[in-house]
Design a protein around this ligand. Sequence first.
Ligand code: ADP
Ligand code: MG
Ligand code: MG
Length: 250
Amino acid sequence: MLEIKNLHVKLEEEDKQILKGVDLTVEAGKVHAIMGPNGSGKSTLSYVLSGREGYEVTDGSATLLGEDILDLEPEERAAAGMFLAFQYPVEIPGVGNMTFLRSAVNAQRKARGEEEMSSSDFLKEIRAKAKELQIDADMLKRPVNVGFSGGEKKRNEILQMAMLAPKLCILDETDSGLDVDAMKLVSEGVNALRSPDRGFLVITHYQRLLDHIKPDVVHIMSDGKIVKTGGPELALEVENNGYAEFQETA
Ligand code: ADP
Ligand code: MG
Ligand code: MG
């Protein structure tokens, strides 16, 4: 599904190499986690995959379902089936959540050359999804993220993910200071959306998120590279011993 090969990335403004040869394959139906110490390049990887400006790919490649994504605009990446959980955390006063979601869904369909979804189909779908995810109907009418609690923002993120039905979901939860309740919401959302044709890349500094999500594969990133790959037990190893052993060998 997602195939990253020898990815090298530097900052555009400075001569600073951040990713130094990342190799990573995420298969359909699997949840991969990336853990690693602060500053190892985890967020940079998610930014580069999302198409954020300010980064220059100096070597390597990244494909989604065989399509080279690094040259695509962010909207084109979304149309190709990629979802980044931090893509829409912004507050948009005056724009109802439902209106916003509808335009996001239709923008994605348009980029795919598909017809817009009718209002009634959209309503039916969003109500069903909201119910499934135990999201209050009231939240659909409020302006996007305005005055939402941390937990409500997380729920909303999961709802966006459910409505856009991505092939690959990337969640960067490293610096968001998730409390236990928010962490549960994220994990329940991910677990509810797991499916055989969908892959997940969950980026986190903390092992505790993985108590709930149960990744299939865990990668440790250190100094711009994946330095170790293993099963869920690798996350427990980090919880017990910290990152020191991986940094020494990096
Ligand atoms: P992580 O998410 O693993 O904590 P980041 O990807 O945020 O790591 O950062 C990796 C390294 O790149 C850090 O040393 C960070 O300071 C540096 N870095 C990332 N983006 C920028 C930027 N825009 N300007 C300067 N330094 C940056
Ligand atoms: Mg960081
Ligand atoms: Mg980070």
